[in-house]
Design a protein around this ligand. Structure first.
Ligand code: HEM
Ligand code: HEM
Length: 258
């Protein structure tokens, strides 16, 4: 069995940006005091993560063979057979993502986008009531990421097939010849990094650290914890109503000026 190149560079870059940004967003949300200005890095990392997923979508159609969504093994029967194979030790080789990785990958990408959307709705003030749902999605994401890592370890032990590093060097063991992709597409990898850097710099340039607000494609995002929900949680519903009232008053005052 020969090691052959299956994952192109953009897919590998996506993988480590995706997992790294998820870790930053999650750890900041859980470990940093939400009153502190460093909490804003949670939102900045989360928004960049959503952008990285948006870049992955066209690559899922026009990328190399195993980067395409059509190469993902999403048939439920394959997933069942894959788990049975892990239990019995029998092995079918998947050159691209195996069924468990395929499901986990698609679900994690969808969750990342949903976290971005609910986060945007909360911070733009359009709908602040997504707080619990947002946190629920984040824990679902964490569960999948941990299951994914456990799956890679289990696969390596049961099948004596070291697949983990394939997301670094791009190579996997293939049963027959000619299954490799012909190019790692380095130019697209560099382009992907470039676009993410431009997006990140753009976020920083439009971020006002004093007021903790971000100008984001025509919307103003308030990168702080949802104060109304805090008050409501503390049982101070009246306080929350008052603060809402004040916001309306401010808006009305603005309206009068116009
Ligand atoms: C040390 C930790 C990790 C290792 C060694 C690893 C390894 C891998 C490998 C080998 C694959 C391809 C699976 C296959 O060929 O069947 C993969 C795919 C994937 N992993 Fe990980 N992973 C790790 C952590 C993570 C984390 C923390 C996340 C998410 C937060 C993640 C998200 C993904 C995604 C989204 C894919 C699909 C990539 C694509 O096709 O675009 N991984 N990973
Ligand atoms: C991978 C992406 C993300 C993950 C994993 C994530 C995770 C979390 C978690 C776990 C919390 C709860 C923190 C706590 O215990 O109090 C939280 C809260 C929050 N997140 Fe995210 N988030 C992500 C993306 C975003 C984005 C993109 C935004 C906004 C643009 C955002 C805005 C918020 C806000 C405003 C809160 C506080 C809600 C409140 O309690 O008032 N998040 N997030």
């Amino acid at each position: 069995m020969r090691q052959q190149l299956v994952y192109d560079l953009p897919t590998r870059i996506f993988h480590w940006l995706f997992s790294g940004l998820f870790l930053v967003a999650f750890l900041v949300a859980k470990l940093v005091d939400d009153e502190s200005s460093a909490f804003s890095y949670h939102m900045l990392a989360g928004l960049t993560l959503s952008f990285v997923v948006i870049l992955r979508i066209p690559w899922g159609f026009f990328g190399t063979r195993y980067a395409r969504f059509s190469a993902f093994a999403l048939n439920p029967r394959d997933l069942l057979a894959y788990f049975k194979g892990i239990l019995s030790g029998s092995r079918k080789l998947w050159v691209g993502p195996n069924p468990a990785s395929s499901w986990a990958a698609i679900l994690m990408m969808v969750l990342a986008l949903c976290l971005g959307i609910t986060g945007f709705l909360m911070t733009s003030g359009i709908n602040k009531s997504f707080e619990d749902f947002h946190e629920f999605l984040a824990y679902g994401f964490l569960f999948l990421a941990l299951t994914h890592i456990a799956g890679i370890v289990l696969h390596t032990i049961r099948h004596k097939d070291l697949i983990g590093p394939s997301m670094i060097h791009g190579k996997k063991a293939c049963a027959s010849a000619n299954q490799a992709i012909t190019s790692a597409r380095p130019a697209f990898g560099v382009l992907m990094i470039g676009l993410v850097v431009v997006f990140g710099l753009n976020l920083f340039n439009n971020y006002d650290s004093q007021h903790r607000s971000l100008q984001f494609f025509g919307s103003t995002l308030q990168l702080t914890k949802n104060e109304d929900s805090e008050k409501e949680k503390a049982g101070d519903k009246e306080g929350a109503e008052n603060s809402r009232g004040k916001t309306h008053e401010l808006k009305d005052a603005d309206g009068d000026k116009d």
